[in-house]
Design a protein around this ligand. Structure first.
Ligand SMILES: Cc1cc2nc3c(=O)[nH]c(=O)nc-3n(C[C@H](O)[C@H](O)[C@H](O)COP(=O)(O)OP(=O)(O)OC[C@H]3O[C@@H](n4cnc5c(N)ncnc54)[C@H](O)[C@@H]3O)c2cc1C
Length: 404
């Protein structure tokens, strides 16, 4: 591991490195300078030292695994109440693409109870193998058994890449699996690619979305990434699956859990903006909370739901579950109507995959028009009521766009 070093003979104990360090990673002791665990190797202290007493001792990079042993893509199939969740098919789609570039296989881990039919259904998405762990104790997601079984499978089949949804389940499971396997994990990826040598290039927003960071895990295997729902397209269904379901023996020792379930309340499906086909999105341009009622009326007529930008959540006008963007939900509806939204990168990151984006904004220079397929420059309080009128009179969406 690289570390900061000090030549204690050159050091004049002036404390300038301590002052300069942004992480409180340097301490001035009685007659020495010491680096603490907070040091981030940022090298600010090197520049601050007036006598050049500090330097960075770089560790030689070493491969900790034989990368050649690791092949293929393993997708974690998330099931809820016995149904495989849509994010799984999106991961399979990306997995097939990555594995195709390397000429390798895509396999799936599925744990559940009476899950054979779901395992068979997964084959229709073109995967090579579904490893099925079928046991009453696996009916619902339980972190310890799921982690133990997944790690056990990974140790047996040695995949090069593991993909999981960035859902509450995936976000809980992925770090535990990564820690047990002592490998890297990149959360919330928005794009994935693979180099010819098998290194996964994991792209995700960083520094508040100002930068798209590309992260690789060059010295560890497997490489693990979580991906948000709706960021990637689903795998196409195939008419004749070629894969097979492998029924795995569930070792009772791996089902042990220190967590006792005292009760269980079934998940109540609520209409989520993530699954909506039409979204009318409100931005700060609505100016007042009542504006949401107007947009709600338009949404109801188009069979859609209302989403919002972050400022509306911050002002308490809407619930966080309605927020679209980098720190909210990612959506991919067929139609996205942005009303009074400027088009900040953090918002666009959550809706740019929509099939058709239609923007209404008074400012012709608003960046939302760069993301939109269609746009109207004007006041939403004139345009939206006109759309509502047109829909009420009949004529559907065509009438609405003629109105514009
Ligand atoms: C780390 C981080 C994460 C973030 N995550 C998110 C996120 O997940 N989602 C998100 O949305 N934001 C997020 N943001 C905030 C983001 O940067 C923007 O501040 C936010 O998206 C702006 O929201 P807005 O477009 O509603 O408001 P504004 O930028 O204020 O835009 C309002 C727009 O309305 C137009 N307008 C005004 N009146 C009317 C009218 N009568 N008719 C039509 N148009 C009108 C204006 O011309 C303007 O373009 C994040 C920021 C940070 C730093």
């Amino acid at each position: 591991m690289s570390r900061m070093r000090v030549d204690q003979e050159l050091c004049i104990l002036c404390g300038q490195c301590v002052e300069a360090c942004p992480f409180n990673g340097v301490e001035l002791r009685a007659d020495t300078i010491e680096f603490t665990d907070s040091c981030r190797l940022c090298r600010v202290c090197i520049k601050a030292c007036p006598v050049n007493a500090i330097w960075l001792e770089k560790a030689e990079p070493v491969d900790t695994v034989d990368k050649g042993q690791y092949k293929g893509v393993l997708v974690f199939a998330e099931q809820r109440q016995g149904r495989v969740q849509p994010v799984t098919y999106e991961l399979i789609g990306k997995g097939l693409e990555l594995a195709g570039e390397l000429g390798e296989e895509v396999v799936v881990f599925l744990a559940g109870s009476n899950a054979a039919s779901e395992a068979d259904a997964l084959l229709y998405y073109g995967v090579d193998r579904v490893y099925l762990y079928d046991h009453p104790a696996l009916e619902r997601f339980r972190i310890e058994p799921y982690t133990a079984l997944m790690v056990d499978l990974v140790n047996q089949i040695k995949p090069n890449i593991i993909l999981m949804g960035a859902t509450p389940v995936g976000r809980s499971l992925a770090p535990r699996v990564a820690a047990r396997l002592r490998t890297g994990l990149t959360a919330d990826c928005t794009f994935l690619d693979v180099k010819p040598n098998g290194d996964l290039v994991q792209t995700r927003p960083a520094f508040g979305g100002d930068v798209m960071a590309q992260i690789i895990t060059p010295r560890h295997r497997p490489q693990m990434a979580t991906v948000r729902h709706k960021v990637m397209p689903m795998a196409e269904k195939v008419s004749k699956p070629h894969g097979e379901v492998v029924s795995c023996n569930v070792d009772e020792r791996l089902l042990r859990s220190g967590i006792e379930i005292l009760g269980f309340k079934p998940y109540q499906a609520v209409s989520s903006i993530t699954d909506a086909e039409v979204i009318i999105a409100a931005g700060r341009g609505i100016g007042k909370p009542d504006g949401l009622d107007l947009l709600g009326e338009l949404a109801a007529l188009l069979g859609g739901v209302v989403g919002v930008t972050r400022p509306l959540v911050e002002q308490g006008w809407a619930d966080y579950t309605r927020q679209i963007g980098m720190s909210g939900r990612t959506v991919r509806p067929k139609l996205y109507i942005a009303c009074g939204i400027s088009g900040a990168i953090q918002h666009v990151a959550g809706m740019r995959g929509s099939d058709v984006i239609f923007a209404i904004n008074t400012d012709p220079a608003a960046p939302i028009f760069d993301a939109a397929h269609y746009g109207l420059v004007g006041d939403l309080y004139e345009i939206v009521p006109a759309m509502i009128d047109a829909l009420k009179k009949g004529g559907g969406a065509d009438a609405v766009f003629q109105t514009g």
